[in-house]
Structure formats: structure tokens, C-alpha cells
Design a protein around this ligand. Structure first.
Ligand code: 5GP
Length: 199
């Protein structure tokens, strides 16, 4: 994500993470639609595309191509999540972007925070377990996979809460989006203040 010229600084990085079924995908799509200066990274995955899932949801690839990209140093972070690889290609945001959004799980969030300690993590929680389970089941995964994802979500939650800079409960989509846009605006103001006034 290196840049030439001195007229602008590195984009801020916002990580949106949270247990499966919390609605992260819908949230990040809505965020970048509302604010064109936010650029959403498109991950690579070796998982099969779900019925009805957009072709552009990921770069769907195979293990050989994924491992080749790892060897080439082409990922900012990557992980194995329930038997499939997921990874963030080295971000290449357009010139108008001042915020890079990564929608990733907690292992990847930890890697990004280690590389870029200024990256902010917004951890999204479901309004209830029942609602989370209902959303996970509604995706068409088989019941064993749904159970595995629920178990994984329980493991991820305490780690995510510990790492998080902000915690948002996705009760109602519109207010979740507004809350997140306010967090991003505040980070932009902070980043544009002269260094000696930050504290
Ligand atoms: P799903 O299979 O439900 O699309 O994604 C499974 C999990 O992988 C979700 O928690 C999602 O946020 C996460 N994920 C998606 N892309 C990436 C990525 O590039 N890196 C990492 N570490 N996690 C990702």
C-alpha cells in the first residue's frame, strides 16, 4: 500500500470482524456505498461459492493458486478458517480512498494489528444467539457446517472483544451503519490533527 508523493498519507485501516452470522458482509457493503472514500478489500478464498452468493463476493480460487500467492508474498494476511484458506491481497485502494476496510475473522485481525498497530478493529456482535443461528442456517450451509461455525464463533468472540477498539451490536442495520460511519469520521478527524495535539 505504498504511495508516491507527499500530498496524502497512508489510508486508515478499519477491520470489521465478528462471529459468523452477524451480518458483516451486509454492513461493509452498505458502508462503502454510503461513503465512496472507503475502499473495501476483496478477499481470496478456497471455499466453494454458496448457491446465490455473488461471484464478486470473493476471488474464488483453488489451494494451489492460493499457496502460490502466499509464496509470492501477495497477502497482507491469510488464515485457515474451518478447512478453507481466506486471505487479504496486499491492498491497492484507488487514489480517492482514505480508508481501507477489511472484513476478516479474528486471526487475520491479529495479524493486521501486528503489522499496522494503528489499524482499528470494529467487532460486531449479533443481537442474540438465536438471531445469529437463524442467519447462519439461512445461508444454505449443511447442518454440520452450521454447528462448526457456531462453535467457531464462540471461540472467536472473547478474542475479538479483547482486541477490539470498538464494539457494535448489529441490532438494526441502519443504526449500525450510522454508528460505524461516526467511528470512521472521528478517526479521520484524529488522523488529520497535527501530531503534537494527539494524545
Ligand atoms: P465466509 O465463509 O462466511 O464467507 O467467511 C468465513 C470467515 O472468514 C468470516 O469470519 C469472514 O469474515 C472471514 N474472512 C473473509 N475474508 C477473509 C480474509 O481475507 N482473511 C481472513 N483472515 N478472514 C476472512
Amino acid at each position: 500500500m505504498s504511495r508516491t508523493g507527499t500530498e496524502r498519507s497512508e489510508p486508515l485501516i478499519f477491520i470489521v470482524s465478528g462471529p459468523g452470522g452477524v451480518g458483516k458482509g451486509t454492513i461493509v457493503d452498505a458502508l462503502v456505498r454510503r461513503d465512496p472514500r472507503m475502499w473495501l478489500s476483496r478477499s481470496w478464498t478456497t471455499r466453494q461459492r454458496r448457491p446465490g452468493e455473488a461471484e464478486t463476493a470473493y476471488v474464488f480460487t483453488d489451494r494451489d493458486a492460493f499457496e502460490q500467492r502466499i509464496a509470492d508474498g501477495g497477502f497482507l494476511e491469510w488464515t485457515d478458517f474451518l478447512g478453507n484458506y481466506y486471505g487479504t491481497p496486499t491492498p491497492e485502494p484507488g487514489a480517492q480512498a482514505d480508508v481501507v476496510v477489511l472484513e476478516i475473522e479474528v486471526d487475520g485481525a491479529q495479524q493486521v494489528k501486528a503489522l499496522r498497530p494503528d489499524a482499528r478493529l470494529i467487532f460486531v456482535l449479533p443481537p442474540s444467539r438465536d438471531e445469529q443461528e437463524r442467519r447462519l442456517r439461512g445461508r444454505g450451509d449443511d447442518p454440520e457446517r452450521v454447528r462448526a461455525r457456531l462453535r467457531k464463533a464462540e471461540d472467536e468472540e472473547p478474542i475479538g472483544l479483547r482486541l477490539a477498539d470498538h464494539v457494535v451490536v448489529n441490532d438494526e442495520l441502519q443504526s449500525t451503519i450510522d454508528e460505524m460511519l461516526a467511528i470512521v469520521e472521528s478517526a479521520r478527524r484524529e488522523a488529520s490533527r497535527p501530531a503534537e495535539t494527539k494524545g
